[in-house]
Design a binder for this molecule. Structure first.
Ligand SMILES: [Zn+2]
Length: 260
């Protein structure tokens, strides 16, 4: 909506000039919005830089093995495409457990980051980090509906429904296909984080059976595990499944939502 000029009547119908009415409040909102956008951009990059620190090198190597299941190794890691690298680092930062903690709850890089750098962050940046700490792990979602850049998704296992904003829209994904992604709060809406991938319907195959078998085994070791706890320990299986299906079809693994 176009804003009135300073001396024009305010849009709210108060009869006052804009500068005497809603102008200040609008400017403040706009400033907050810009700050939030800048905070998100800063944190995405700062988390990646943090993850590249030398002291996480052995965790990085283990995570690479766990995630790619041999498709990429430490020696070939620089052959990952930009999207593959983005997707992997997103998982490494948000989901990967750095070391064995009590009850199998391992500290994640984003938690280490908050502890070590949290005090140096601005209050807006801190708010974003707190939201991200609580964000759901990377998961599988069925595309149930879409309108432009708004995608309606349903958790493949959980059945939970979410509505996400994706700037590129649904790309190549059809209703019924499965999107592999993290749903991350960004300001007042949800976005797909870290280079989402998808599984065409005919590649879903035995994914449900595999996940349910893994969940049953996980529940024996961790009877009180939530869906999110389970996913943090096992969501690399989603990528392994996608790799396996791609290999069967003889194409490069893990399609992106939108091809460049
Ligand atoms: Zn007004």
């Amino acid at each position: 909506m176009a804003k009135p000029k300073r001396n024009e009547p305010c849009y709210c119908g108060s009869g006052l000039k804009y500068k005497k009415c809603h102008m200040r409040a609008d400017q403040e909102l706009e400033r907050e919005r810009r700050e939030a956008v800048a905070a998100v951009r800063f944190l995405r990059q700062d988390l990646v830089d943090f993850a590249e620190d030398e002291r996480f090198a052995s965790a990085f190597a283990q995570a690479l093995q766990q995630y790619w299941n041999g498709y990429y190794t430490l020696e070939t890691a620089d052959e990952m495409s930009e999207y593959e690298a983005q997707r992997f680092v997103d998982w490494f930062v948000f989901d990967y457990g750095l070391d064995e903690g009590a009850g199998g709850r391992n500290e994640r890089l984003i938690e280490t980051y908050r502890q070590e750098r949290g005090d140096d962050l601005s209050s807006v940046q801190q708010e974003v980090i707190e939201q991200w700490l609580d964000a759901a792990p990377s998961d599988a979602y069925i595309l149930t509906d879409y309108k432009g850049q708004t995608l309606h998704l349903q958790g493949f296992l959980s059945g939970d429904e979410v509505e996400v904003y994706e700037p590129a829209g649904r790309g190549n994904v059809d209703i019924g296909d499965v999107i592999l992604a993290r749903v991350l709060p960004v300001q007042d809406h949800l976005e797909l984080s870290g280079g989402a991938a998808y599984l065409p319907q005919d590649e879903i195959a035995d994914l449900r059976e595999k996940l349910e078998a893994a969940r049953a085994t996980d529940a024996e070791a961790y009877p009180n595990a939530t869906h999110d706890d389970f996913l943090r320990r096992h969501n690399h299986l989603l990528i392994h499944h996608a790799l396996e299906q791609a290999e069967r079809k003889g194409r490069p693994p893990v399609s992106r939502l939108a091809e460049a």
